[in-house]
Design a binder for this molecule. Structure first.
Ligand SMILES: Cc1cc2nc3c(=O)[nH]c(=O)nc-3n(C[C@H](O)[C@H](O)[C@H](O)COP(=O)(O)O)c2cc1C
Length: 193
């Protein structure tokens, strides 16, 4: 299967949930992609929502109708439609996931349907509460979300220091087994598509 993944042209998108100043998100997303590359041999594409300027709910139509008025939504639609699987890497904000991630999800509809998905959260206790909320939304979009959702625990000192710097490989070394399990499950779902 690894060889099949290596030659598959469509990338796995890793969508970072945070656009915050001094965020940790993209460093964590990069690490998730690196672990995934080693585990699956697939191609990964990091999606930084700061680079995808999707104004809040600006489409006049209902996304489920698939008729988009704005070029940024059409570009987003093509990006997501062209993905082989989606990994959401998101912090927990006040027991939920960040608004820009929900806005990016809600700009589209059918593009998400049927795609293998994986949820990685992080926070002081791992962020499982926001992961549960996100899973419910992905179920509503008919995504094929893998059961294992790594919940990466951020040290209190790291949260309070808020430097915007993290070394995920050492910080989350203890959670590597759960990452590998989730990637194994994702690979299984990709084999079915
Ligand atoms: C608005 C906001 C709400 C937060 N709420 C939570 C929370 O509910 N649970 C938690 O563990 N951490 C919470 N935190 C701390 C975050 O886990 C931490 O700041 C993390 O670095 C945020 O991810 P980011 O740096 O990629 O934006 C919150 C942080 C912010 C900015």
């Amino acid at each position: 299967m690894q060889n099949e993944c290596m030659i598959h042209a469509s990338p796995i998108l890793v969508i970072g949930g945070s656009v915050r100043a001094r965020r940790l998100c993209i460093q964590i997303a990069d690490w998730v992609a690196a672990v995934g590359r080693d585990a699956t041999g697939a191609r990964f594409d990091i999606i930084d929502l700061r680079q995808w300027l999707l104004p809040m709910d600006d489409e006049p139509g209902i996304p489920a109708a698939g008729q988009y008025a704005h070029s940024h939504t059409l570009d987003w639609s093509q990006k997501v439609a062209g993905a082989r699987a989606i990994i959401f890497v998101t912090p927990q904000y006040n027991w939920g996931y960040p608004a820009p991630l929900k806005n990016a999800i809600d700009h589209l509809y059918s593009e998400w349907g049927g795609k293998p998905a994986m949820i990685v959260t992080y926070g002081g206790h791992g962020g499982a509460k926001c992961g549960d909320q996100l899973r419910q939304v992905l179920d509503g979009l008919h995504m094929a979300t893998v059961p294992t959702a790594p919940a990466l625990v951020l040290a209190r000192e790291l949260i309070e220091a808020n430097t915007g710097e993290i070394d995920p490989a050492s910080e989350f070394a203890g959670q590597l087994p759960s990452m590998l399990q989730a990637f194994g499950e994702l690979l299984g779902k990709m084999e079915l598509d």
